[in-house]
Design a protein around this ligand. Sequence first.
Ligand SMILES: [Zn+2]
Length: 256
Amino acid sequence: MRCRLCEAPTCYRWSLRLLGCHDVKYFECRSCGSLQTEAPYWLTKAYSIGGAGFDTGAVQRSINLALSMHAILDLIGFDKRLPCLDFGAGAGLYARMMRDRGYNYWASDPYNSIYFMDRFTDDRTRWSLISAFEVAEHMPNPRCNWAELFAKEPDLLFFTTDLYRGHGADWPYLSTETGQHVFFYTEQALMSLGSARGYHLAAVDAVRVFSRSVLPDLSSAEIWRRAMELFAEHQRDPFRHAVIDLESLKSAKSDT
Ligand SMILES: [Zn+2]
């Protein structure tokens, strides 16, 4: 089998039962080192759960990300008016919280109804910032899936995924109970992915980012100190941007 990211040959590592019924082979790439399942044919079933399922951390993750991303974007001086896309937005909770903080955030998700952001989807082709949190390991064809994201020409592409560092078949991130994690990247694979397109790769607190220019070094302590200041500031008038969004939705409706 060829690697679905770099197309190099792979070697067999082990087999595991996914979703309690599919015996699936795992392969490691001989070039980029990434671990991957055989071509995933079970995804329709894996995404037919109709809820968060085993993802009990989804809400807390969204809160953490909204607080830390607000601080990171503030510290690097990102212009809030620039268009941002949360790709693989799930229910849209993170993207809604970023709109509540005044960012020009939109959402998309091929597998979900984007409940909290259903009125904030946009098919524009260029985005200044894309976030894709807990998305990369779900990509059935990472070579094409990443190419589609880079084709939107973001200056910043933030993402999270647990890196593969030679773990064994007992690695919890394989997530055999959900069958949704099908590709596991090495650091080297991600660096090659970005550098092939002229992007730098950096780790900022708990997220990683592909950026066109080198970002300032930010410590987790600095990010979270700023996050708490911004949270206190936000809570003084927490519905300000939700009200602005409501007014713009109502006026757009009355125009049609
Ligand atoms: Zn590879």
